[in-house]
Design a protein around this ligand. Structure first.
Ligand code: SF4
Length: 275
Protein backbone atom coordinates (compact mmCIF):
# COMPACT_ATOMS: atom_id res chain seq x y z
CA UNK A 1 0.00 0.00 0.00
CA UNK A 2 1.18 3.51 -0.66
CA UNK A 3 -0.56 6.53 0.79
CA UNK A 4 -0.06 8.84 -2.13
CA UNK A 5 -3.58 9.70 -3.15
CA UNK A 6 -3.35 11.85 -6.30
CA UNK A 7 -3.73 15.56 -5.63
CA UNK A 8 -6.42 15.99 -8.29
CA UNK A 9 -8.71 13.45 -6.60
CA UNK A 10 -12.11 14.66 -5.53
CA UNK A 11 -11.04 14.22 -1.89
CA UNK A 12 -8.31 16.82 -2.34
CA UNK A 13 -5.66 14.07 -2.37
CA UNK A 14 -2.77 14.09 0.09
CA UNK A 15 -3.57 17.68 1.08
CA UNK A 16 -7.25 16.82 1.56
CA UNK A 17 -7.17 16.21 5.29
CA UNK A 18 -7.70 12.42 5.13
CA UNK A 19 -6.26 10.35 7.96
CA UNK A 20 -4.51 7.03 7.49
CA UNK A 21 -6.37 4.18 9.12
CA UNK A 22 -5.59 0.49 9.61
CA UNK A 23 -7.93 -2.46 9.18
CA UNK A 24 -7.59 -6.21 9.25
CA UNK A 25 -8.32 -7.55 5.74
CA UNK A 26 -8.68 -11.12 7.05
CA UNK A 27 -12.04 -10.44 8.64
CA UNK A 28 -14.11 -9.31 5.63
CA UNK A 29 -17.74 -10.38 6.00
CA UNK A 30 -18.94 -9.79 2.43
CA UNK A 31 -17.41 -9.90 -1.04
CA UNK A 32 -17.77 -6.12 -1.33
CA UNK A 33 -15.82 -5.71 1.91
CA UNK A 34 -13.13 -8.12 0.66
CA UNK A 35 -12.83 -6.02 -2.52
CA UNK A 36 -12.52 -2.82 -0.52
CA UNK A 37 -9.92 -4.44 1.75
CA UNK A 38 -7.86 -5.45 -1.28
CA UNK A 39 -8.19 -1.95 -2.73
CA UNK A 40 -6.98 -0.62 0.61
CA UNK A 41 -3.90 -2.83 0.38
CA UNK A 42 -3.22 -1.67 -3.18
CA UNK A 43 -3.80 2.05 -2.60
CA UNK A 44 -4.67 3.63 0.73
CA UNK A 45 -6.89 3.15 3.77
CA UNK A 46 -8.08 6.51 5.01
CA UNK A 47 -10.90 8.15 6.81
CA UNK A 48 -12.09 11.50 5.50
CA UNK A 49 -13.69 14.62 6.83
CA UNK A 50 -12.77 18.15 7.72
CA UNK A 51 -12.77 19.70 4.28
CA UNK A 52 -14.69 22.92 3.84
CA UNK A 53 -18.17 21.90 2.74
CA UNK A 54 -18.68 24.78 0.35
CA UNK A 55 -15.28 24.30 -1.28
CA UNK A 56 -16.15 20.64 -1.64
CA UNK A 57 -19.38 21.61 -3.42
CA UNK A 58 -17.48 23.95 -5.72
CA UNK A 59 -14.90 21.24 -6.47
CA UNK A 60 -17.53 18.70 -7.42
CA UNK A 61 -19.45 21.16 -9.58
CA UNK A 62 -16.24 22.00 -11.42
CA UNK A 63 -15.59 18.30 -11.98
CA UNK A 64 -18.99 17.59 -13.52
CA UNK A 65 -18.78 16.35 -17.12
CA UNK A 66 -15.01 16.57 -17.15
CA UNK A 67 -12.00 14.74 -15.75
CA UNK A 68 -10.45 15.57 -12.38
CA UNK A 69 -7.29 16.43 -14.28
CA UNK A 70 -9.07 19.17 -16.24
CA UNK A 71 -11.00 20.53 -13.28
CA UNK A 72 -8.05 20.78 -10.89
CA UNK A 73 -6.47 23.86 -12.58
CA UNK A 74 -9.92 25.53 -12.59
CA UNK A 75 -10.24 24.82 -8.87
CA UNK A 76 -6.76 26.22 -8.19
CA UNK A 77 -7.46 29.36 -10.23
CA UNK A 78 -10.76 29.88 -8.47
CA UNK A 79 -9.18 29.50 -5.04
CA UNK A 80 -6.35 31.85 -5.94
CA UNK A 81 -8.78 34.53 -7.10
CA UNK A 82 -11.67 34.19 -4.66
CA UNK A 83 -10.26 32.17 -1.77
CA UNK A 84 -7.66 34.83 -1.03
CA UNK A 85 -4.73 32.57 -2.00
CA UNK A 86 -3.04 29.86 -0.01
CA UNK A 87 -2.84 31.56 3.37
CA UNK A 88 -6.19 33.30 3.42
CA UNK A 89 -7.84 30.80 5.72
CA UNK A 90 -5.08 31.01 8.30
CA UNK A 91 -5.86 34.70 8.61
CA UNK A 92 -9.51 33.81 8.90
CA UNK A 93 -10.71 36.75 6.89
CA UNK A 94 -11.75 35.24 3.58
CA UNK A 95 -15.14 33.61 3.25
CA UNK A 96 -15.21 31.80 -0.08
CA UNK A 97 -19.01 31.72 -0.18
CA UNK A 98 -19.27 35.47 0.34
CA UNK A 99 -16.56 36.17 -2.23
CA UNK A 100 -18.33 34.00 -4.80
CA UNK A 101 -21.80 35.33 -3.99
CA UNK A 102 -20.51 38.75 -5.06
CA UNK A 103 -18.46 37.48 -8.00
CA UNK A 104 -18.85 38.91 -11.49
CA UNK A 105 -20.20 35.98 -13.56
CA UNK A 106 -18.13 36.53 -16.75
CA UNK A 107 -15.01 36.93 -14.64
CA UNK A 108 -15.70 33.70 -12.74
CA UNK A 109 -16.46 31.91 -16.04
CA UNK A 110 -13.10 32.99 -17.40
CA UNK A 111 -11.35 31.88 -14.20
CA UNK A 112 -12.74 28.36 -14.43
CA UNK A 113 -12.64 28.02 -18.22
CA UNK A 114 -10.35 24.97 -18.17
CA UNK A 115 -13.13 22.92 -16.54
CA UNK A 116 -15.49 23.24 -19.54
CA UNK A 117 -19.18 24.29 -19.41
CA UNK A 118 -17.85 27.35 -17.64
CA UNK A 119 -20.89 29.57 -18.18
CA UNK A 120 -23.29 27.10 -16.65
CA UNK A 121 -20.88 26.16 -13.87
CA UNK A 122 -20.14 29.77 -12.96
CA UNK A 123 -23.86 30.60 -12.77
CA UNK A 124 -24.48 27.59 -10.55
CA UNK A 125 -21.59 28.39 -8.25
CA UNK A 126 -22.73 32.00 -7.78
CA UNK A 127 -26.33 30.94 -7.11
CA UNK A 128 -25.18 28.34 -4.58
CA UNK A 129 -22.89 30.83 -2.86
CA UNK A 130 -25.77 33.30 -2.56
CA UNK A 131 -28.08 30.67 -1.10
CA UNK A 132 -25.47 29.53 1.40
CA UNK A 133 -24.85 33.12 2.52
CA UNK A 134 -28.59 33.76 2.90
CA UNK A 135 -29.40 30.54 4.74
CA UNK A 136 -26.24 29.86 6.75
CA UNK A 137 -24.53 33.23 6.90
CA UNK A 138 -21.52 31.98 4.91
CA UNK A 139 -19.04 29.15 4.77
CA UNK A 140 -18.63 28.35 8.45
CA UNK A 141 -22.37 28.18 9.17
CA UNK A 142 -22.75 25.80 6.24
CA UNK A 143 -19.81 23.67 7.45
CA UNK A 144 -21.45 23.32 10.83
CA UNK A 145 -24.74 22.28 9.25
CA UNK A 146 -23.01 19.58 7.12
CA UNK A 147 -20.96 18.25 10.05
CA UNK A 148 -23.60 18.27 12.74
CA UNK A 149 -27.09 17.84 11.32
CA UNK A 150 -28.74 14.53 10.62
CA UNK A 151 -27.04 13.06 7.48
CA UNK A 152 -30.35 12.41 5.72
CA UNK A 153 -31.44 16.01 6.35
CA UNK A 154 -28.12 17.26 4.98
CA UNK A 155 -28.44 15.00 1.97
CA UNK A 156 -31.93 16.17 1.07
CA UNK A 157 -31.00 19.83 1.59
CA UNK A 158 -28.02 19.41 -0.73
CA UNK A 159 -30.10 17.58 -3.34
CA UNK A 160 -32.50 20.50 -3.34
CA UNK A 161 -29.71 22.80 -4.58
CA UNK A 162 -29.48 23.41 -8.31
CA UNK A 163 -26.52 21.52 -9.80
CA UNK A 164 -26.15 19.14 -6.87
CA UNK A 165 -26.86 15.49 -7.67
CA UNK A 166 -26.53 12.42 -5.47
CA UNK A 167 -22.80 11.99 -6.11
CA UNK A 168 -22.03 15.59 -5.19
CA UNK A 169 -24.19 15.39 -2.06
CA UNK A 170 -22.45 12.20 -0.96
CA UNK A 171 -18.99 13.63 -1.62
CA UNK A 172 -19.81 16.61 0.58
CA UNK A 173 -21.15 14.33 3.33
CA UNK A 174 -18.02 12.20 3.15
CA UNK A 175 -15.19 14.69 2.61
CA UNK A 176 -16.59 17.63 4.56
CA UNK A 177 -18.94 15.99 7.03
CA UNK A 178 -16.66 13.02 7.68
CA UNK A 179 -19.75 10.84 7.76
CA UNK A 180 -19.03 7.12 7.72
CA UNK A 181 -21.28 4.80 5.76
CA UNK A 182 -21.42 7.11 2.74
CA UNK A 183 -20.16 5.48 -0.47
CA UNK A 184 -20.48 8.01 -3.31
CA UNK A 185 -21.09 6.39 -6.69
CA UNK A 186 -19.41 8.04 -9.65
CA UNK A 187 -19.08 6.60 -13.12
CA UNK A 188 -16.09 4.37 -12.17
CA UNK A 189 -17.76 2.93 -9.06
CA UNK A 190 -21.02 2.43 -10.97
CA UNK A 191 -19.25 0.45 -13.71
CA UNK A 192 -16.90 -1.60 -11.51
CA UNK A 193 -19.47 -2.64 -8.88
CA UNK A 194 -21.78 -4.00 -11.59
CA UNK A 195 -18.98 -5.66 -13.57
CA UNK A 196 -17.72 -7.41 -10.48
CA UNK A 197 -21.19 -8.52 -9.47
CA UNK A 198 -21.30 -6.48 -6.24
CA UNK A 199 -24.60 -4.96 -7.42
CA UNK A 200 -27.19 -6.03 -10.04
CA UNK A 201 -26.06 -5.55 -13.64
CA UNK A 202 -28.87 -3.09 -14.40
CA UNK A 203 -28.66 -1.13 -11.12
CA UNK A 204 -28.73 2.67 -11.35
CA UNK A 205 -26.34 4.85 -9.31
CA UNK A 206 -28.64 4.97 -6.28
CA UNK A 207 -29.12 1.20 -6.22
CA UNK A 208 -25.37 0.58 -6.47
CA UNK A 209 -24.92 2.96 -3.56
CA UNK A 210 -27.49 1.04 -1.51
CA UNK A 211 -25.74 -2.29 -2.12
CA UNK A 212 -22.28 -0.94 -1.29
CA UNK A 213 -23.46 0.90 1.81
CA UNK A 214 -25.22 -2.28 2.97
CA UNK A 215 -22.20 -4.56 2.39
CA UNK A 216 -19.20 -2.37 3.24
CA UNK A 217 -18.66 -1.35 6.89
CA UNK A 218 -19.23 2.36 7.50
CA UNK A 219 -15.59 3.23 8.22
CA UNK A 220 -14.38 1.63 4.98
CA UNK A 221 -16.81 3.35 2.59
CA UNK A 222 -14.70 6.50 2.17
CA UNK A 223 -11.49 4.94 0.95
CA UNK A 224 -13.56 2.27 -0.82
CA UNK A 225 -14.85 5.12 -2.98
CA UNK A 226 -11.54 6.89 -3.67
CA UNK A 227 -9.50 3.68 -4.11
CA UNK A 228 -12.09 2.14 -6.44
CA UNK A 229 -11.87 5.23 -8.65
CA UNK A 230 -8.08 4.83 -8.79
CA UNK A 231 -8.52 1.14 -9.62
CA UNK A 232 -10.89 2.11 -12.44
CA UNK A 233 -8.27 4.41 -13.89
CA UNK A 234 -5.46 1.87 -13.63
CA UNK A 235 -7.11 -1.51 -14.28
CA UNK A 236 -10.84 -1.62 -14.90
CA UNK A 237 -11.34 1.17 -17.42
CA UNK A 238 -14.57 1.54 -19.37
CA UNK A 239 -13.31 0.30 -22.72
CA UNK A 240 -10.27 -1.78 -21.91
CA UNK A 241 -10.34 -3.63 -18.61
CA UNK A 242 -6.97 -5.24 -17.81
CA UNK A 243 -8.39 -8.78 -17.93
CA UNK A 244 -9.36 -8.47 -21.57
CA UNK A 245 -5.91 -9.42 -22.85
CA UNK A 246 -4.51 -11.21 -19.86
CA UNK A 247 -6.63 -12.92 -17.18
CA UNK A 248 -3.80 -12.54 -14.67
CA UNK A 249 -3.36 -8.80 -15.21
CA UNK A 250 -6.08 -7.77 -12.74
CA UNK A 251 -5.33 -8.07 -9.02
CA UNK A 252 -9.06 -8.33 -8.25
CA UNK A 253 -9.89 -11.02 -10.82
CA UNK A 254 -10.55 -13.57 -8.07
CA UNK A 255 -13.43 -11.43 -6.74
CA UNK A 256 -14.93 -10.53 -10.13
CA UNK A 257 -17.83 -11.91 -12.21
CA UNK A 258 -16.66 -9.99 -15.34
CA UNK A 259 -20.24 -9.02 -16.21
CA UNK A 260 -20.22 -7.65 -19.77
CA UNK A 261 -16.51 -8.40 -20.31
CA UNK A 262 -15.78 -11.11 -22.89
CA UNK A 263 -12.03 -11.83 -23.25
CA UNK A 264 -12.70 -14.62 -25.80
CA UNK A 265 -14.16 -12.17 -28.31
CA UNK A 266 -12.35 -9.05 -27.04
CA UNK A 267 -15.73 -7.44 -26.43
CA UNK A 268 -16.86 -5.11 -23.64
CA UNK A 269 -20.44 -3.94 -23.05
CA UNK A 270 -22.11 -2.09 -20.21
CA UNK A 271 -23.29 -4.67 -17.64
CA UNK A 272 -26.90 -3.47 -18.10
CA UNK A 273 -26.79 -4.81 -21.68
CA UNK A 274 -26.33 -8.35 -20.38
CA UNK A 275 -29.67 -8.46 -18.58
S1 SF4 B 1 -11.27 -8.90 -13.73
FE1 SF4 B 1 -11.58 -7.43 -15.40
S2 SF4 B 1 -13.69 -6.70 -15.19
FE2 SF4 B 1 -13.08 -7.66 -13.24
S3 SF4 B 1 -12.30 -5.99 -11.98
FE3 SF4 B 1 -10.55 -6.89 -13.05
S4 SF4 B 1 -10.30 -5.64 -14.90
FE4 SF4 B 1 -12.37 -5.24 -14.10
Amino acid sequence: MNDEEPAENISGGTAGGGQSATFDPETAGTRAEAVVDRLGEMYWTKTYGGRDAFECLVRTILSQNTSDKASQPAHDELMARYGGGEDANSEGDTDLARALADADQPELAETISSAGLYNQKSERIIALAQRICEEYGGESGFDEFVRESDPEAVRSTLLDMNGVGPKTADCVLLFAGGRGGVFPVDTHVHRIARRMGLAPADADHETVREYLERDVPAEKCGFGHTAMIQFGREYCSARKPACLDDPDACPLAGHCDQVGVYPATDEVVDPSETV
